[in-house]
Design a protein around this ligand. Structure first.
Ligand SMILES: [Zn+2]
Length: 276
C-alpha cells in the first residue's frame, strides 16, 4: 500500500517537473551573428531551422518531395493569406522595434501567411504526431504551456519564460487566465490550420490582448489596437524567436508563435533589434 502511494507520488512529481533535453542551448535571434547568403528567404529559413534542407528551389522534405520557394508577385493580400508560396510568407517585414504603427497599414500581417506543409514537416502532420513532441513549460507556478520540443521550440520557450520571470515589469497579469497553447484546430472563421495545432503557439491573458475578430470590424479594416501586453515581455519572446500577433493589422494581442525565420528575415532586411 505504502509502496503504491510512494509510486503515485513519484509519478506526480515527474509530471510536475518536466524533463528537459540535455542539448537545450537557447539561441538569441536578435543578436545571433546574421547568417550569410544570396537569397534572404533561403538564408532566414536555414538560420531558423538548421536541420531543414533548403536550397534555391525550396525546402526538401524527408520523403523526397519539395516545397517550392515560389514567387511573390504582389497578389492581393487575401489570396496571399489563403494560400501563400514560401516566398509570400515573407512579404510583410516584421518590425523588431516596439512599433505599433506599421500594423496600421491594411493587411500588414508579418508572419500570418503560412505554408501549412512546412509546419507539418517541422512539427508533425497530424494531432497524434504533434502530440508526441510536446513538452510542458511553466513560468514560476503562474501558468504552463504545451510546446513542441522539435526545432528547439520548447527549449526557446523555457529560456524566454525564465527571462520574463526575471523582468522588473509587473508581468504576472499577462500570465493570468492564459488562453492556452497546443490545440489541434483551424483558425476561427477560416479553413486554415492554426499554429496552435503544431505546438508552437500560445495565448496570454485574453483580457489584456484583444483580438480583431472580437472588435466587429471587417477583414482588411481591423481598426485600432489598444495594447496592454508589456513591451519588454514582447521583446523577450522576440529575442527567443517568437513573433507577436499585436504587431499584425489583424491584431491578436494575446498570441505568440515560434517563427525565428520571420525574426531573422527582418534583420536581413535591415530592421535593427531594440536596445536591451
Ligand atoms: Zn493564439
Amino acid at each position: 500500500m505504502l509502496r503504491r502511494l510512494r509510486h503515485a507520488l513519484f509519478l506526480a512529481s515527474m509530471m510536475a517537473a518536466p524533463v528537459w533535453a540535455a542539448d537545450c542551448a537557447p539561441v538569441d535571434f536578435l543578436t545571433l551573428p546574421l547568417p550569410q547568403g544570396d537569397d534572404p528567404v533561403v538564408t532566414a529559413l536555414r538560420g531558423a531551422y538548421p536541420g531543414l534542407s533548403v536550397d534555391a528551389a525550396g525546402v526538401r522534405l524527408a520523403d523526397g518531395s519539395l516545397i517550392p520557394l515560389g514567387e511573390d508577385p504582389g497578389r492581393p493580400p487575401g489570396a496571399r493569406l489563403a494560400e501563400p508560396s514560401l516566398r509570400e510568407q515573407f512579404h510583410d517585414i516584421y518590425p523588431l522595434a516596439f512599433d505599433l504603427t506599421a500594423r496600421e497599414a491594411r493587411w500588414h500581417d508579418p508572419g500570418r501567411a503560412r505554408v501549412e506543409a512546412l509546419f507539418a514537416a517541422l512539427y508533425g502532420g497530424s494531432e497524434q504526431a504533434v502530440r508526441a513532441g510536446l513538452k510542458k513549460v511553466a513560468i514560476s507556478g503562474k501558468a504552463s504551456f504545451l510546446i513542441s520540443e522539435r526545432q528547439g521550440a520548447a527549449c526557446q520557450m523555457r529560456a524566454a519564460l525564465a527571462e520574463v520571470a526575471a523582468l522588473p515589469t509587473d508581468w504576472a497579469p499577462a500570465f493570468r487566465n492564459v488562453g492556452g497553447s497546443f490545440n489541434w484546430r483551424k483558425i476561427a472563421g477560416t479553413a486554415r490550420m492554426s499554429t496552435h495545432s503544431y505546438g508552437i503557439a500560445f495565448d496570454l491573458n485574453a483580457d489584456l490582448g484583444g483580438y480583431w475578430r472580437w472588435s466587429n470590424r471587417p477583414e482588411g479594416d481591423a481598426g485600432p489596437y489598444d495594447n496592454r501586453i508589456p513591451a519588454d515581455v514582447v521583446q523577450v519572446f522576440e529575442r527567443f524567436g517568437f513573433i507577436w500577433g499585436g504587431k499584425w493589422h489583424h491584431f491578436d494581442g494575446m498570441h505568440f508563435e515560434y517563427r525565428p525565420e520571420i525574426i531573422l528575415y527582418a534583420r536581413l532586411m535591415g530592421q535593427s533589434a531594440p536596445l536591451r
